[in-house]
Ligand binder design. Structure first.
Ligand SMILES: [Zn+2]
Length: 309
């Protein structure tokens, strides 16, 4: 692909992104499936209290969970065991900014006003939640390793600048860490994070994950698309952070079983969807998250966490 072609594609992708938050069109699908999932998770919810926790005293130790590579394959639980473990609540955020007159009703699920975001995070802290990172989640799911009490994972998709300027300082206040799933086409563009900011997030103990080059739907990839959308962007993120990238989030939360071996081949140890049902064979590649809506009060957020996981 020559440079002109690359630039044109990037411009097209960014033009699309400026109209709507990137994950917007998956909302309806995710919402409709969410209902079914909620109905089907009574067992999971009932078991939530049984998540193995180490308590706050040893939380610092469990924060040092090694990468998936440190866990021998023979020590990893099978799919049924992983699926049976209580799920850890995982929240997905996009833009953190005040609503503008032109924001559509649907877009506001993906745009959390600044004070609303601060109130949501404060609720988590006041309620005693501890943020965990993907290596801890992986160790918990595959070996039953203990987690801090009241674990939650915070994830941010699509590289938006306000995740660095607004979300990060808020999380820093509480000693919270998060996962940032980066769409590399946007790096350094106006209103998106720079490479230096991504590097800083990584250096400060947050996890950088892969979220494709320009947010195309994984279900439509063929041949070279795997290189363009997964291999090259992941390599770029590894160069920026100086660390191996182990985790992936599907654009729009959309996935199919064919994508999983392709992700495995490219070094991903786990992948994140949205609120739909997990895959029975590969639950690690269909880890559920819910979108923390801009409409949600702290109480609504908490209810959703309890009901969805
Ligand atoms: Zn996205």
């Amino acid at each position: 692909m020559n440079f002109t072609h690359y630039s044109l594609l990037a411009a097209t992708a960014l033009a699309t992104l400026s109209i709507l938050p990137a994950c917007n069109d998956a909302k309806t699908a995710a919402a409709s499936e969410n209902k079914a999932v909620t109905l089907g998770t009574a067992t999971d919810s009932a078991e939530t209290a049984t998540i193995t926790t180490a308590g706050t005293a040893t939380a610092a130790t469990t924060n040092n969970a090694g990468s998936p590579a440190t866990i021998p394959a023979t020590e990893r639980a099978d799919a049924a065991t992983i699926t049976a473990r209580p799920q850890v609540p995982i929240l997905c955020y996009h833009q953190i900014r005040d609503w503008r007159p032109r924001d559509s009703k649907g877009a506001k699920d993906y745009i959390v006003p600044v004070e609303q975001f601060k109130a949501q995070i404060k609720m988590l802290a006041d309620s005693g939640y501890h943020t965990i990172l993907p290596d801890q989640l992986y160790a918990y799911l595959t070996t039953g390793a203990a987690l801090p009490s009241k674990p939650v994972m915070l994830t941010f998709d699509d590289t938006d600048l306000d995740q660095f300027t607004i979300a990060k300082p808020t999380l820093d206040k509480y000693g919270y860490k998060a996962v940032y799933f980066i769409m590399t086409v946007s790096l350094g563009r106006p209103n998106y994070m720079s490479k230096a900011q991504v590097k800083q997030l990584s250096d400060e103990g947050n996890i950088i994950g892969s979220h494709t080059w320009d947010h195309h739907n994984v279900k439509k990839y063929q041949g070279q698309d795997w290189v363009t959308q997964i291999e090259k962007p992941t390599k770029q993120l590894e160069e920026i952070t100086g660390k191996k990238i182990n985790y992936f989030a599907y654009p729009f939360g959309l996935w199919n079983p064919e994508a999983i071996p392709e992700l495995k081949k490219r070094g991903m140890d786990a992948a994140f969807i949205l609120a739909e049902k997990r895959d029975q064979q590969d639950p690690l590649y269909t880890i559920r998250r819910i979108i923390a809506s801009g409409y949600w009060s702290p109480r609504t957020l908490h209810n959703s966490m309890v009901n969805s996981f």
